[in-house]
Design a protein around this ligand. Structure first.
Ligand code: MN3
Length: 207
């Protein structure tokens, strides 16, 4: 049976300072992400059907294949596991600050320019009511990039879209440093986006 482990952070807890503070990173990774990981493992043990032989990203893409009694839990804990795994990978100390290459070109095509893209993404993230995520995704049907939001821990994969970049706007992601000031957190987060990683994901998908 597949057993999921808490993924290692690709950098130290303090390395995204001052934009994302050390204490938030520690609690977010060691407590929150661990809780999603544990919840996912418990759910898989409980439902014990054939879906556990696939990676969680494949299961989230085909949530209806999960027996109904476990579907909500897979959506929440599996989504939480996978969303956070990607979230850590798409941040980096000493970010380049701007995308380049194919991704930069696509952003210019769909959003005119990077500054306008940032503005729309930020506004979308700030406007999310309650807990959720703001995403840049790849839409395979239309072969284009899109900004979307999901509630709670729902993965874009479940909507048949591949996440390229995600911003966690649950309060646990920012409350210790930014309290209720979500816009300040969103603005700070742009300073730690790992554009090389996002660009590689995009290039693999868009071929
Ligand atoms: Mn979170």
């Amino acid at each position: 049976m597949v057993h999921y482990e808490l993924p290692r952070l690709p950098y130290g807890y303090d390395e995204l300072e001052p934009f994302i503070d050390t204490q938030t990173m520690k609690i977010h990774h060691q407590k929150h992400h661990q809780a999603y990981t544990d919840g996912l493992n418990k759910t898989i043990e409980k439902i014990g059907d054939c879906s556990h032989s696939r990676h969680i990203s494949a299961i989230l893409s085909d949530l209806n294949s999960v027996q109904e009694s476990g579907r909500n839990a897979i959506n929440f804990f599996g989504g939480g596991y996978e969303n956070h795994r990607l979230f850590w990978e798409t941040m980096i100390p000493n970010s380049s600050g701007v995308p380049k290459g194919n991704l930069s070109n696509a952003i210019d095509v769909y959003y005119d320019n990077f500054e306008n893209f940032k503005k729309i993404f930020s506004e979308t993230a700030i406007a999310i009511q309650g807990s959720g995520w703001c995403w840049l995704v790849f839409n395979h049907t239309y072969n284009k990039i899109e900004i979307i939001t999901t509630e709670n821990q729902t993965s874009p994969l479940t909507l048949q879209k591949t996440p390229l970049l995600g911003l966690d706007v649950w309060e646990h992601a920012y409350y210790l440093k930014y309290q209720n000031k979500r816009p300040d957190y969103v603005n700070a987060w742009w300073n730690v986006v790992n554009w090389d990683y996002v660009e590689n994901r995009f290039s693999e998908l868009s071929g």
